[in-house]
Write a new protein. Sequence first.
Length: 161
Amino acid sequence: MYQYEDLFGLVFDNLKRIVFPEEWLAIDIEMSKQELFTIMMIDRFGEITMSQLSEHMNFPMSTATGIIDRLVKKGYLQRGRNESDRRIVVIALSDKGRAFMQHIRTIVSEYIRKAYDALDEEERQYLFKIFNKISAAFQQIKADNDKDKDEKNLVRKIEIE
C-alpha cells in the first residue's frame, strides 16, 4: 500500500511535467504567474470588478490594481463601465487576451485529453471523486486560515484600572 511519502515523491518528481510543460515556457517569460491566473479568472467570469477579482484571487486591492494595470498596458485586458451602474469599473479580456486564452485552452485541453484517455471509466470516476475530496480539503484549509486571520484581527478591549 502507498504511504504519504510515496505520494509526496510522486507529486514532487512529476510536478514539473504536469504544471510546467514545455509550452508554458514562452508564457512564463512574458507574464508572471499572478498575471496568468488573473487572466484565467477573468476569462472564466467574462468580466469582473476589481473587488470581485481581489476577493477571488485573495490579493489586496493594491496588488490586484497593479496586476490589472500591467495587463492593460500589455494589451491583454480592458477596463470598462458596468451597464447598470456606470460608477463601477469592470475588467474584461481584450481581443489579444481572448486569443491568448484560446491558446492556453488548447494547450491545457491537450494535456487533459491525454490524461483522460489514459484512464478507463472507473478510474475517471475515481479521479473526479478524489479531485473533489482534495479540493474540499484545500477549501477547508483556506476557511480555517481565514478564520484564524479574522480572530487575530479582532479588536480586543483592555480594561484599564
